[in-house]
Design a protein around this ligand. Structure first.
Ligand code: GLY
Ligand code: MN
Ligand code: MN
Length: 266
């Protein structure tokens, strides 16, 4: 399976470092969600997250931190600006640290205030359901393409259920989900491992492979992406970034706590 590229199957030492990078980064995302004040700027949010990463031992980010508030969440690689994230908006944070040279890559999307609006929540839950069902599908033998096709089916079904996409408009999913579901993770955030075997077929997952699952929807001014780091095991997978909250109730609880903290310190 080595075609002169980096192997997507990581050894025990590499896995230990990937696990550590993902744990540090997931904890930093969690702390950010609990603490980022409503009205913070994108740059302020990025700086706070990177501070939490440094406190855990990650002196470097795996890639430039992405923070998009409001309609800027629609920009896939939004560079943080002085724009403030205000109540009623979503904030998309895509950030990861490094441990021993190995990368994490995590995205969470949360309300700047303490609750999702009805429409934000519906869109978020469509993405979350697709992401969790892709995670449940991971096991040796499955391909990243299978996961991507499953995510597209789930996103389509979710959009159709809301009548946000009509029958016959399946091709329009590309407008709302313009990127892939997965990439390999290693010393580089997009680790340049093979995608296919010598016969040109998509690689089948094997224990020890590490990659992301990151569905998103970018729809009518709202941007939602949820990204976790996944290690394939003998029977399924381990979600290396599970310390970062993503269930609606947990996220809202964190944001309500952040609001209480910031009103106390005023
Ligand atoms: N942070 C870049 C990506 O998610 O692929
Ligand atoms: Mn990624
Ligand atoms: Mn990412």
């Amino acid at each position: 399976m080595d075609h002169g590229l980096i192997s997507p199957v990581k050894n025990a030492q590499e896995i230990a470092l990937l696990r550590e990078a993902a744990r540090w980064s997931a904890e930093a995302h969690r702390e950010l969600m609990w603490q980022a004040p409503q009205g913070a700027t994108e740059k302020g949010i990025a700086a706070q997250l990177e501070g939490f990463l440094r406190q855990r031992g990650s002196s470097d980010t795996a890639y430039p931190t992405i923070v998009g508030a409001g309609e800027r969440a629609l920009i896939l690689h939004a560079e943080p600006t002085e724009r403030r994230a205000v109540d009623g908006e979503l904030v998309l944070v895509d950030a990861g640290g490094k441990a021993g040279g190995y990368c994490a890559d995590i995205t969470r999307t949360w309300p700047a205030g303490d609750r999702f609006s009805d429409k934000q929540r519906i869109l978020y839950e469509v993405v979350l359901r697709a992401q969790k069902s892709a995670i449940r599908a991971v096991r040796p033998g499955v391909t990243l393409l299978d996961l991507h096709e499953g995510v597209k089916r789930d996103l389509l079904e979710g959009l159709r259920r809301q009548n946000w996409l009509k029958r016959g408009e399946e091709d329009r999913l590309r407008e709302f989900y313009p990127h892939k579901t997965s990439h390999w993770l290693g010393r580089l955030v997009h680790d340049p491992c093979a995608q296919t075997n010598a016969a040109g077929e998509p690689l089948r997952l094997e224990p020890g492979m590490v990659f992301t699952i990151e569905p998103g929807l970018y729809f009518e001014g709202l941007g939602v992406r949820i990204e976790d780091d996944i290690l394939v095991t003998d029977t399924g997978c381990e979600v290396l970034s599970s310390a970062a909250p993503k269930e609606v109730e947990e996220v809202q609880e964190a944001r309500a706590a952040a609001r209480r903290r910031s009103s106390k310190s005023r």
